[in-house]
Design a protein around this ligand. Structure first.
Ligand code: 5GP
Ligand code: MN
Length: 330
């Protein structure tokens, strides 16, 4: 059980807040920030939001007041000391905020983390972790309902809805329960338009993103008796279609949509280093697989980032390890 009273006291007893979220933010990351921003605004608090990444263009509609700023290590090194409280949303390991981690870590201010991922690192003063929640934004919803700290209105309901919709794979993953649908019902009563949110997030793609998807699918291979489907995107692929990393959000799921495949992997070469996304079905714990390489996540969705390493070198090592997991978890 999350100690919501403690969280409430931290909010009420302080005046200024910095919100941040993980690199390559998804709709739960941005939605949680905007919901928390709206909550704090209703309490007349001072709020800034700084992220290590640019907001992906399909999530910009959530940032209705254009509050989110991209952190610049040269210009913004002091921002984490200019507020009373730092709030980490939707991540629980310091290295998930890459360029911001030194500024965050060296700050002497109160630090808290609100998140729903496993294996939290002890990088803040207070962890508010709820592993049973479908999304970090659902924790914020519950916090509002249980403490009545503010009234739930459209400005809160819309980002919370967007976050839950995306983190549950549009209401199909494990944590899509009757109770969650009751929460959704309440959000819709606050005039959230599900068709509009879906359209903005998933159906307003840039041409370059769909071309990049084509390249990704072209690279698809099967291995381990057709139980692993993997895809590779190189820097060359990105430059050929003018694509960017955030365009790849959701691509990995397609490797799981093939018969017999239990483990889907997407390798993405970055300007420096590379990133791997893992998705699985059933009891195959890809969070453990990712943890073998310093990453993390959930049992069926995880990832790892390699900041300086070469993809060519690690590709066979990762694929071998993935095959071991296929054999171990039948
Ligand atoms: P994605 O593959 O969509 O980037 O990430 C899937 C899940 O894995 C997310 O829940 C995310 O929190 C987690 N994840 C992705 N990359 C990393 C990483 O480098 N480190 C950790 N600890 N978790 C990651
Ligand atoms: Mn999340």
């Amino acid at each position: 059980m999350i100690d919501f009273e403690k969280l409430k006291q931290i909010i009420l007893n302080n005046n200024s807040f910095l919100l941040t979220t993980h690199v390559n933010p998804d709709a739960d990351a941005i939605g949680s920030e905007i919901a928390f921003y709206q909550l704090l605004k209703k309490l007349n608090k001072k709020i800034v939001i700084y992220n290590p990444s640019q907001t992906p263009y399909n999530l910009e509609f959530l940032d209705t007041e254009k509050t989110i700023k991209k952190f610049s290590p040269e210009i913004d090194s002091n921002i984490c000391n200019d507020v009373d409280v730092l709030i980490a949303l939707d991540f629980n390991k310091l290295d998930r905020i890459v360029s911001m981690k030194d500024a965050f870590n060296s700050s002497s201010k109160i630090k808290i983390c609100i998140d729903h991922h496993q294996d939290s690192e002890n990088f803040v003063d207070e962890l508010f972790i709820g592993l049973d929640y479908s999304a970090t934004a659902e924790i914020i919803y519950d916090f509002i309902k249980k403490t009545r700290i503010v009234e739930l209105d459209f400005s809160l309901a819309n980002p919370i809805y967007a976050a839950i919709m995306t983190d549950t794979g549009s209401f199909r993953f494990e944590r899509t329960t009757p109770a969650l649908h009751r929460i959704i019902a309440e959000l819709l009563e606050k005039r959230v338009d599900p068709g509009e949110v879906y359209d903005k997030i998933y159906d307003q793609s840039k041409f370059s993103k769909i071309k990049l998807l084509g390249k990704t699918l072209n690279s698809l291979m099967l291995t381990a008796n057709n139980q692993i489907g993997y895809m590779i995107l190189t820097q060359n692929d990105f430059s050929e279609v003018d694509g960017i990393e955030s365009d790849t959000d959701g691509f990995v799921n397609l490797s799981l949509s093939i018969e017999n495949v239990r483990l889907g992997i997407l390798f993405i070469e970055l300007k420096s280093g590379f990133k791997v996304s893992f998705r699985s079905k059933g009891n195959l714990p890809v969070n453990k697989l990712a943890a073998e390489f310093g990453g993390g996540g959930h049992i069926n969705a995880s990832g790892a980032r390699f900041h300086d390493s070469k993809l060519d070198e690690f590709f066979p090592i990762i694929l071998n390890k993935a095959q071991e997991y296929i054999n171990k978890y039948q």
